[in-house]
Design a protein around this ligand. Structure first.
Ligand SMILES: Cc1cc2nc3c(=O)[nH]c(=O)nc-3n(C[C@H](O)[C@H](O)[C@H](O)COP(=O)(O)OP(=O)(O)OC[C@H]3O[C@@H](n4cnc5c(N)ncnc54)[C@H](O)[C@@H]3O)c2cc1C
Length: 492
């Protein structure tokens, strides 16, 4: 195989390592011969993450970014030594979990060294009294959850990517699972962490339910996307596996009615673990055989936990749904969701048909939510080439929602896939910002959203950049993500 045969998408401002042999020898001295690779097949494997446009590129013989080395460290000390080396040599490093990120977070846009965390994959302790689990951060999501389930626990953090993502990736992107209304998002679940800073120092954040010990610096690394530190170990909350689970579904005449029912449920401090609303288009796609849901908006609920509480949650969920014109659709739609919830081929099936497809999740207060939904649909329908724009809502708060849009389309003749893709992204994000929303709910920023960070953060973005500069003065840790920057690492 000759990698030169592939067209490279991210080729500007690459770090050119002058003496690759020297770097390879040093890396091997630090972590062993078998833990370092510069083989083309490995470089190709780590040239992308799961960002959907990457599938289109692969089919067209293009690769996203090209790393120079892949390393598989086994200890915290080894990572620390690698970071000291790359600071001396001014080489970018990119932490890599399982590559399921969908915003380009793990793509080596300037080349450099991929630090694949796969060898950090153990559960270290399950503590029944404290209800905690401590694990290394590249434990696979499903392996963690299965091990806990076998002992009678759950973390309650079940993203659709459970089988293909890691604890470190969840922390890096501030992930959210399907059962998040009850159990919280990853930032509500993490109680303690070990982090290696860009210059190689190791910091440990105590595992504690809460503390009043000055600013809580640990929060900086939840959502840091591998730009501020590498998370090697984390302690999470766990719960006894739920004793009862009740499945409920209602079809509503409109998205307005469904939002109103759910807003009223949450106002009562009732938190069904799963709440999902599918707009009319997605209801048609996912529940075509449910007679009561024809041309309607399907909402599904899962209440789980202590049986008495579950019964109460069920009765209030039903009362509020029916008061807002909901029609009971029984358990079948929820069973269907359980059967299909990890089926992830819907999106990856599009690129072979030359369709550019992606999903964009955004957040909003209740007062802006409907405005955002309608203005995104309106602006996308006006965009040339767009053939579908639909939404579901899968994360709810007493104060607002996370809305998840899916779009697909075909670029015009003179347009590249990437140009069309960016046009769609920009159209959606602009509509969201104009209507008072926030640009990302749980997939993170990566490359896809970085140029919108100034609009999202306003003047405060400078403070974030200053923090990055202090922690990572040579900009070696995952450059090109979150902040709009170019590789300025200098000579090596
Ligand atoms: C089909 C599908 C469904 C998905 N469903 C969900 C969902 O339900 N909820 C959700 O939140 N997301 C979802 N995602 C997105 C993705 O799974 C998450 O972003 C996940 O958190 C990424 O984990 P990963 O281990 O694959 O990380 P990677 O893709 O390997 O890396 C993501 C980012 O994290 C950084 N990183 C990785 N490990 C570390 C570490 N140890 N320390 C510091 N930085 C690190 C990387 O540098 C990169 O910036 C989905 C993705 C797909 C493809």
């Amino acid at each position: 195989m000759d990698l030169n045969e592939f067209e490279l998408i991210y080729k500007e401002n690459r770090c050119e390592i002058k003496d690759k042999e020297k770097i390879e020898t040093k890396l091997k001295e630090l972590i062993g011969n078998n833990n370092v690779s510069a083989k083309e097949i490995d470089l190709l494997a780590y040239s992308k993450d799961s960002t959907l446009i990457g599938f289109n590129w692969t089919l067209q013989g293009q690769i996203a970014g090209l790393p120079d080395f892949i390393v598989w460290p086994e200890t915290v000390e080894q990572i620390s030594e690698i970071l000291k080396l790359v600071n001396q040599e001014k080489i970018p490093v990119i932490p890599y979990g399982e590559g399921s990120g969908v915003v380009g977070g793990a793509i080596p846009v300037y080349g450099g060294i991929i630090i694949d965390m796969k060898k950090f994959n153990k559960i270290l302790e399950i503590n029944d009294k404290n209800l905690t689990v401590t694990a290394e951060t590249c434990i696979n999501g499903m392996n963690l959850e299965r091990s806990l389930n076998a002992r009678g626990y759950t973390t309650g953090h079940i993203p659709q990517s459970l089988y293909i993502s890691s604890l470190g990736g969840w922390i890096a992107h501030r992930a959210a699972g399907q059962f998040s209304t009850k159990y919280g998002k990853i930032e509500d679940i993490v109680l303690g962490m070990e982090v290696i800073l860009p210059l190689g120092e190791v910091i440990n954040f105590k595992t504690i339910p809460r503390a009043s010990t000055g600013p809580q610096l640990d929060k900086l690394f939840i959502g840091g996307e591998g730009t501020l530190g590498i998370v090697t170990k984390a302690t999470l909350k766990i719960w006894p596996y739920p004793a009862k689970r009740t499945l409920i579904s209602y079809a509503f005449p409109s998205i307005e009615d469904s939002f109103e029912a759910i807003r009223k449920i949450l106002r009562e401090q009732i938190y069904p673990a799963v709440i999902r609303i599918y707009d009319q288009f997605e209801t048609m796609r996912h529940f075509p055989d449910i007679e009561n849901a024809k041309d309607k908006v399907m909402a599904i609920f899962v209440c789980e936990g202590n049986p008495n509480l579950v019964d109460l949650e069920e009765s209030i969920t039903r009362e509020k749904s029916e008061k807002n014109s909901g029609v009971d659709c029984g358990v079948h739609p929820v069973e269907h969701w359980f059967e299909t919830r990890f089926r992830i081929t819907e999106t990856s099936a599009m690129p072979p048909y030359k369709i550019v497809f992606d999903t964009i999740e955004v957040a909003s207060l209740w007062e802006n939510a409907l405005d955002i939904y309608h203005s995104v649909l309106k602006s996308m329908k006006q965009l040339q080439g767009v053939i579908m724009i639909t939404a579901h809502v899968s994360h709810f708060y007493s104060n607002g929602v996370g809305i998840y849009f899916s779009f697909g389309g075909v670029p015009a003749k003179e347009q590249s896939d990437l140009e069309f893709y960016q046009k769609c992204w920009d159209t959606i994000i602009k509509a969201v910002l104009d209507a008072g929303g926030s640009i990302a709910h749980h997939h993170g920023i990566g490359i896809n959203r970085s140029h919108w960070m100034e609009s999202e953060w306003g003047g405060s973005m400078d403070t974030l950049k200053k923090i990055k500069n202090i922690l990572d003065p040579n900009n070696i840790l995952n450059p090109g993500k979150i902040y709009v920057d170019t590789w300025k690492g200098g000579e090596n």
